[in-house]
Design a binder for this molecule. Structure first.
Ligand SMILES: [Zn+2]
Ligand SMILES: [Zn+2]
Ligand SMILES: [Zn+2]
Length: 318
């Protein structure tokens, strides 16, 4: 039976379609009804039906075989669902994927950048499943972190090593480094030899709450605040804080002084050392943890170091 020249008076998925006169079989009606649609008529070709969505009222053309044998979906309801999910995340669905993939769409992210995203990932993000990070913002952050260390972010390292990036040092040499190591300045240039051991560092004193009593940690790092976060399993439980830190001109000097301080404390007040079984469930470290009563004593030792005491010598600190 041919398609007619009469046209439906309303758009069907955005287009005005020609009416196809032909019977609508009872088993089609039954199948459509069971799947949430009413059959409005026939259009496009003898193989197509016009369905009316019982949820949103919008018409959509579907093949007879899809209505009969599969689960037809309403594109208007899907679009609304995706728009709502995006809005719940502070994003906006701008339109279909510019690369034409059905599972993807073009979204404006909460930061204002527009990017392709898988629809299902936006919906999980909106449901609190995971974060919808922006590649442009992330790259800008990695570039800033590299600049702070005297390096320039060039590009991704390669497909196999997702955590690596390619960076260029101030001397012009390029090498691959993990994002995390670059962030914390744990990077040695293979060409000019500038390394973390030759850059400024700090000796720190940290405090953590444990179920029995507070403890303190003595150590070195170029970034004690980061070290506090890194060492805790659950910051809400251990409530870590930097008590103080003192500057060291190089990482190499920091290692040397810190090791000597641990030896000095172990020789003078061995009972202040907290056994690892008391903290290993709460802190990601194996040693260097002292009873909180040691705080004033160790702080005095740090004052002595600032005043020029070298704990690697045989000289007394006070
Ligand atoms: Zn619908
Ligand atoms: Zn962004
Ligand atoms: Zn270099």
């Amino acid at each position: 039976m041919p398609i007619t020249n009469s046209i439906y008076a309303f758009p069907i998925d955005g287009k005005f379609r020609r009416v196809h006169h032909g019977p609508i079989l009872a088993n089609w009606k039954k199948a459509a009804d069971a799947k949430g649609f009413a059959i409005v008529g026939r259009a496009v070709s003898h193989e197509h039906l016009v369905l009316g969505c019982k949820t949103c009222g919008s018409p959509t053309p579907k093949r007879v075989s899809v209505v009969r044998d599969h689960n037809p979906e309403c594109p208007h309801c899907i679009r609304t669902r995706r728009e709502n999910a995006a809005a719940g995340y502070g994003a906006t669905l701008l339109g279909p994927d510019p690369k034409g993939k059905r599972r993807y769409g073009l979204y404006e992210l909460p930061c204002g950048h527009a990017d392709r995203r898988q629809h299902t990932r936006v919906e999980t993000a909106a449901a609190g499943g995971h974060k919808l990070s922006c590649g442009i913002c992330l790259r800008a952050r990695h570039a800033r972190e590299a600049e702070a260390q005297g390096w320039q972010l060039i590009c991704n390292a390669d497909r196999k090593h997702a955590s690596y990036r390619r960076y260029e040092h101030a001397c012009g040499h390029r090498q691959n480094v993990t994002i995390a190591n670059m962030r914390h300045g744990d990077v040695d240039c293979a060409s000019c030899g500038e390394s973390w051991t030759s850059k400024p560092s700090k000796i720190y004193l940290l405090r953590f709450q444990l179920p029995e009593s507070p403890v303190i940690k003595l150590g070195y790092s170029s970034n004690p605040e980061y070290r506090v976060r890194q060492v805790q399993h659950d910051p809400l439980v251990t409530k870590g804080a930097v008590i103080r830190d003192i500057p060291m001109t190089t990482g190499h000097q920091a290692v040397r002084i810190e090791k000597a301080l641990h030896s000095f404390i172990a020789a003078s007040w061995p009972d202040l050392i907290v056994p690892s079984k008391n903290f290993e469930q709460h802190l990601r470290t194996v040693s260097e943890i002292y009873d909180h009563r040691a705080e004033a004593f160790i702080s005095d030792l740090l004052d002595a170091v600032v005043d020029g005491w070298d704990p690697t010598s045989d000289m007394p600190p006070f």
